[in-house]
Design a protein around this ligand. Sequence first.
Ligand code: PLP
Length: 393
Amino acid sequence: NLKLSNRVKNVKPSPTLAVTARAAELRASGKDIIGLGAGEPDFDTPDHIKEAAVKALADGKTKYTPVDGTPSLKQAIIDKFKRDNGFDYQANQILVSCGGKQSFFNLTQALINPGDEVIIPAPYWVSYPDIVLLADGVPVVVEAPVEQAFKITPEQLAAAITEKTKLVVINSPSNPSGKAYTLAELKALGEVLLQYPDVVVATDDMYEHILWADEPFANILNACPGLYDQCVVMNGVSKAYSMTGWRIGYCAGPQPLIASMKKIQSQSTSNPTSIAQWGAEAALNGPQDCVKEMLEAFEVRHKLVLDGLNAIPGVKAIPSDGTFYSFPSFHEAMEKKGFKNDLDLAEYLLNEAGVALVPGSAFGTPGHMRLSFATSEAILNDALARIRKALEV
Ligand code: PLP
């Protein structure tokens, strides 16, 4: 007779983790399953990063650190923001957390009162709406269809802002769409937000380094420096350095907001794992060629996947600008095969083709499927052939 909170009843478990778990379950039962659902690079964490953590362990760096991160990691983050993004931050504007997920969790807990609205462009990273719900906020989803290359327009943003809007989230390059906003597009969005100084904008730059578009990486603060006092820049080492299990994310923003987020963290997890922080510091301060090597592999695989998907009748993919995701439309294929929704299609592909993809409805964009190409070319070729065969009529 367990009486759970309304809070927990309102949220759903992460669907991407669920797909990965279901694929693992089928695999354990002896089925030949290719998992293209996971949101993590397939590479190992580079050696110099592992060595830094091993050394930290050997040196006894195994105690509590300051809640917001070790001074030397915070300095490495300050240097990273200056070097890569041209931003100036002080140590009291930086918070290190247990993954980018906790950065966003802290932000919503620090900012949102019951009923406050958070504008989330769809397709979105699956966790944004649920983390907002956990803060008793109201996710306001703004749909960015494939015709808009999955990007919202300034008109859509302006129309979505109300007196209750507290926060707007921009994720570029985007999980799941793989698309990145151009500097000009960000400037147009930023100009809308400049008219609302009480609205905070969070730029989630988790895929900053996994980008092959013509333009170099830029976020909304690059496009509109006037947003400095209302912008939180979120990033982390999970994707760029293949460190998903280390659980280190970080963010920078206005000092009072960062201090409030730190207070939340001080009463939940305290500091992120000490030795993982030493690894993250080595990642940020060390040689960056490992990032480039992974990027090159992702770019080659992207081409393979894009061509392979578009060769399947009823499937259409637009090129990704970065990340390791493609987010093709399966609308026609679903119609031809008589599937009512993408959940049924995902189940069919898992059972018939032995390929795990995440249905687009999990990201707020039904009829698409997210395919992660963080796996070898041989496996991707096999998966594409299987999907093609399963969708033949
Ligand atoms: N933001 C986006 C857009 C992501 O895709 C992810 C991970 O999937 C995160 C944040 C969170 O990353 P972390 O593993 O560091 O919590």
